[in-house]
Design a protein around this ligand. Structure first.
Ligand code: NOJ
Length: 519
């Protein structure tokens, strides 16, 4: 059983570095987030996922944790984080922290001890081979850095040694079984971190690279699933209102081992990307539009590639948890990189009328653009999605009132969208997004767990229509006037463009979207 609040959870993702700098040092902080909680609430969002805020050398934006138990001083203190939980709760907002269970920073105290040649409690907390000269059986590794004999395995960047959760079928003396003492101790250590922050008032975690704990895992990640089940099941018992969302992108696995939610990510060419980010990029982050995806007006695409990827997974997991759509995240190109504002509106209308808990990435509600910027703290091509939030048209666009150099440059164009201007404009993207979230709240049949079934999607057709309970959602992102036969009497409760009902026919002119309820 998942936390009861997930039923109508609508998430907002905050990258703490660049959301709001309250003390003028050029970098965002927890107090800045606290200041802006009423803004998050005004959107209609009632939950936040905040990217890692823990002590770190920041070689990967904080996904290289030096101390799981300490807030990074640049963001504030542990007390500030508890204050953030308290202030959010007063407004009815839940907070998910970001758990990085697969690796730490190479500066983490566990690793500092693990690399010592003398055997100690942490020697096997990470994966070490027995010889410095023979590699790690195809796993990425580092050799020759420390006095300890052997190579250590990496999980992501060079700064991120892999924690030891064992091997599904160990074949070498240095490979532990997943239930050997050292991997069991790693599990326990991660469960301790989770409990520590839940006890302080966190409402759960987004879990980084959740699928990759056990090495050389079985075909369905059986080992990693087993590890999560053993960590999460007792935690769900003790903290029934805690929620966990995995970066896994396979709900059939993730929702089977204790996660309440899994993300549908943009992994290239998959169903999600064919809808709103069917574009490619150069290694420098230059966008080369393929065709923009289904929501690009002139793409001619249908919804079939999406449905082929989505429907079976949805059907198999709909009673187990939520398979969630995102506008974007801190690793992706902002949707505006490939879609116009009108096209984005259509795409967002789709996200907010689908099942799963929707996730809005900060700034997407303004239509912030994706700029190609120099890399910062291991961001590389992801930098463009991590630039500062634009609160108003004044100094630093309201991100920081100070004179310090900013973490990343703000979009200083006069025309750059900002919250203050958009709040005052009824037709703005911001008010459009608020309208969508309000629509979802007004009709429980559009909610997170409410059923979904395809009503119309044909190869080559620009029409995509689906039922949510008794409601019907239909759209035409293309250029032609199209018609769809209705299966009963309906009236429109939400429209984009000029859709119309004539007897039992729905007319969908160019770039139109409609939500119908039965009459
Ligand atoms: C996924 C995170 O979203 C990303 O930002 C990070 O670089 C990697 N995992 C490694 O932790």
């Amino acid at each position: 059983m998942s936390a009861s609040w997930l039923k109508d959870a609508v998430f907002y993702e905050i990258y703490p570095q660049t959301f709001r700098d309250s003390d003028g040092d050029g970098i965002g902080d927890l107090q800045g987030i606290i200041e802006k909680l009423p803004y998050v609430k005004s959107l209609g969002c009632n939950a936040i996922w905040m990217n890692p805020c823990f002590d770190s050398p920041f070689k990967d934006g904080g996904y290289d944790v030096r101390d799981y138990y300490k807030v990074a001083p640049r963001y504030g203190t542990n007390e500030d984080l508890v204050r953030l939980f308290d202030e959010a709760h007063k407004l009815g907002i839940k907070i998910l922290l970001d758990l990085v269970p697969g690796h730490t920073s190479e500066e983490n105290a566990w690793f500092v001890q693990s690399r010592e040649p003398q055997k100690n409690e942490y020697s096997s907390r990470y994966i070490w081979t027995t010889s410095t000269f023979e590699g790690a059986q195809g796993l990425p590794f580092i050799a020759g850095e420390y006095d300890r004999n052997g190579c250590y395995v990496l999980n992501y960047f060079k700064c991120q040694p892999a924690l030891n959760y064992g091997f599904y079928e160990p074949k070498q003396v240095w490979q532990d079984a997943i239930d050997a003492p050292a991997p069991m101790a790693t599990r326990q250590a991660m469960a301790d971190v989770i409990r520590f922050w839940l006890d302080k008032g966190a409402d759960g975690f987004r879990v980084d690279m959740a699928d990759s704990l056990v090495k050389f895992d079985g075909p369905n990640k059986e080992g990693t699933q087993q590890v999560w089940r053993s960590i999460l099941m007792p935690i769900h018992e003790e903290y029934p209102e805690a929620a966990f969302v995995s970066e896994w992108n396979k709900p059939t696995q993730a929702l089977n081992c204790g996660f309440d939610m899994d993300f549908f990510l943009e992994w290239r060419g998959n169903g999600y990307s064919t809808m709103m980010r069917d574009f490619d990029e150069t290694p420098d982050g230059e966008v080369i539009t393929a065709n923009g995806g289904y929501f690009a007006k002139n793409s001619g695409s249908d919804a079939i590639r999406f449905l082929n990827d989505y429907v079976d997974k949805y059907e198999e997991t709909k009673d187990k948890g939520l398979y969630c759509f995102i506008t974007c995240n801190h690793d992706m190109l902002r949707p505006t990189a490939g879609l116009t504002e009108d096209e984005c509106r259509m795409a967002y209308a789709w996200i907010y009328t689908m099942p799963g808990a929707p996730f809005l990435y900060f700034g997407d509600e303004l239509g912030m653009i994706h700029r190609v910027l120099p890399t910062k703290e291991g961001s590389y091509r992801r930098t463009g999605a991590r630039a500062p939030m634009q609160w108003h048209s004044g100094k630093n666009k309201g991100f920081s009132d100070g004179d310090a150099k900013l973490y990343l440059p703000v979009d200083d164009r006069d025309c750059a969208p900002n919250v203050a201007d958009q709040e005052a404009d009824p037709d703005s993207m911001l008010n459009f997004v608020k309208g969508l979230i309000a629509l979802r709240k007004a009709y429980p049949e559009l909610g997170n767990y409410s059923p979904f079934s395809v009503y119309s999607a044909e190869p080559g057709s620009r029409i995509f229509a689906y039922k949510r309970g008794t409601m019907l959602v239909a759209m035409n992102p293309g250029t032609e006037r199209l018609e769809l036969a209705l299966d009963g009497a309906y009236e429109a409760v939400y429209t984009i463009g000029q859709p119309a009902i004539q007897d039992t026919t729905l007319i969908l002119p160019e770039q139109s979207f409609v939500v119908l309820k039965t009459v």
